[in-house]
Design a protein around this ligand. Structure first.
Ligand SMILES: Cc1cc2nc3c(=O)[nH]c(=O)nc-3n(C[C@H](O)[C@H](O)[C@H](O)COP(=O)(O)OP(=O)(O)OC[C@H]3O[C@@H](n4cnc5c(N)ncnc54)[C@H](O)[C@@H]3O)c2cc1C
Length: 429
């Protein structure tokens, strides 16, 4: 079986842009806890925070295999969506979507408040997001998203090719929608802000991977390289790697996707990039590319998917550059200052693995590529559930991860579907 924690080939580019940070020490020796949370990401930190609010005397222990900002939570493209994902959008079920949107907006407000309290400047702005399509497959999906926005009474602007060119400096897309309901962030910086806002009584151990979990004598026991923890409550907030600890294996899969970030571009190139100086474009196809222009004048492209294992090297660089240069021919020849990969927990139906899995064992995993704000929401609610509070019916609001066939059928199925979808949506890649 693959490692029970992420071990990336390439450093996180967002984190590399920040000043050095001294990590919290790793765990040594055996310790009891009232709750052990595996994963100090969006989900895990929200869970820890809420747990401590509801049970101020509890010994809340969070462990992470990596360091804050360097690990998976800081490796994303920095879209903090305030509304349900396009993939979740269901125009036929507007009242459910309204409730999901309301809860997600509340979670986003809590992130924004924590960042504000940080006391250091953080690149987090409610810049909105574009969704842009090239060919018929993308346009169909854009049409569905528009129906969802209209049905949910959410504001948006429609843009044609010329308008997109004026705002973003690319003629690549034939149509787009702009929605204000999204923050754009430097995610590693936001993670540093969120961790600094944890109550002092929450004990965080970095560089501390959970190697195995088991239940013995009525307690959950977690083994780490130099010690162990035991507690009546264990929360798995480690997203794709939940399955590598032996939980939800039939419902979760791991997919790697990658980002390339240029150095700050010259003023001449920046002048050619349209009137909007801080923007993000989400794809209309699930295997498509995400683009960002950062507030400090860089371009980021996020694209390419691999099932179960991370790739690196020149082939990846060429694939990411190709996607960037096709959209922005004025950048041809410009490479990346940073390039990195990250893991996404995928479920067959896009719904999360959420709730009490076994007595005392809780999980919130399966972000499906959009778990920054949703993870924050579901992590906080998991603490409420575990502490016996009444919580909304997550399965009926966000769905429940469905069964996937075991290997090798799952891998074969993934490759077949992604090849077919990549071909169908090839213009959007
Ligand atoms: C390139 C890329 C771009 C993305 N862009 C976006 C985006 O723009 N917006 C968005 O919403 N989502 C995006 N995603 C997905 C995003 O990363 C997730 O939605 C989000 O990070 C989920 O948060 P989480 O806290 O649930 O899990 P994670 O961020 O995966 O955090 C889990 C934590 O658990 C730790 N961990 C794992 N296993 C162990 C173990 N055994 N022991 C101890 N610790 C462990 C990890 O180190 C990690 O810190 C992107 C993902 C990638 C890879």
């Amino acid at each position: 079986m693959s490692k029970p924690y992420p071990d990336y080939q390439l450093a996180c580019g967002w984190n590399a842009l920040l000043p050095e940070r001294k990590p919290q020490p790793s765990l040594l020796g055996e310790h009891p806890a009232d709750v052990i949370i595996i994963g100090a990401g969006w989900t895990g930190l929200a869970c820890a925070r809420r747990w401590q609010e509801l049970a101020p005397d509890a010994r809340v222990v969070v462990i992470d295999a990596s360091e804050i900002g360097e690990g998976n939570p800081g490796r994303n493209s920095g879209f903090l969506l305030e509304v349900a994902l396009a993939e979740d959008a269901d125009p036929a079920n507007i009242s459910r979507m309204h409730e999901c949107n309301r809860m997600i907006q509340e979670a986003m407000q809590s992130i924004a408040a924590d960042v504000k309290a940080y006391g250091h400047p953080v690149d987090l702005e409610r810049a909105g997001t574009y969704r842009a399509a090239v060919g018929p497959v993308g346009l169909k999906s854009l049409h569905n998203y528009k129906a969802f926005l209209e049905g949910a009474d959410l504001p948006f602007r429609q843009l044609d090719r010329a308008e997109l060119k004026l705002e973003l400096g690319t003629e690549f897309y034939s149509a787009g929608l702009y929605s204000p309901h999204c923050y754009l962030a430097q995610p590693a910086q936001v993670m540093r802000a969120l961790v600094s806002h944890l109550p002092g009584s929450v004990q965080l151990y970095e560089n501390t991977p959970a190697l195995s979990i088991k239940r013995a004598a009525g307690k959950w026991q977690v083994r780490t390289p130099n010690g162990g923890l035991h507690s009546p409550h264990l929360v798995l907030a480690n997203n794709a790697f939940t399955r590598n600890l032996g939980v939800a294996r039939s419902r979760l899969a791991t997919v790697y996707t990658y980002a390339g970030l240029t150095a700050r571009l010259s003023d001449k190139v920046l002048d050619s990039l349209g009137s909007n100086h801080n923007w993000g474009i989400l794809p209309t196809h699930r295997l498509g590319s995400t683009l960002r222009r950062t507030a400090d004048g860089r371009l980021l492209v996020r694209s390419v998917h691999d099932y179960g294992r991370e790739r690196g090297g020149d082939k990846l660089r060429l694939a990411l550059q190709d996607r960037l240069w096709r959209r922005f021919p004025q950048l041809a020849g410009t490479g990346f200052e940073h390039m990195w990969g990250g893991a996404v927990g995928i479920t067959h139906n896009g719904a999360p693995v959420w709730g009490e899995i076994e007595p005392g064992l809780f999980a919130s995993s399966g972000c499906n590529g959009g778990g920054t704000v949703k993870g924050t929401l579901l992590g906080g609610l998991l603490a409420e559930l575990a502490l016996g509070h009444e919580v909304p019916d997550i399965a009926s609001l966000f769905g429940s991860a469905s069964w996937m066939p075991p290997e090798p059928f799952r891998g074969i199925g993934f490759h077949a579907v992604s090849q077919l979808e990549s071909w169908q949506g090839r213009q959007e890649l």
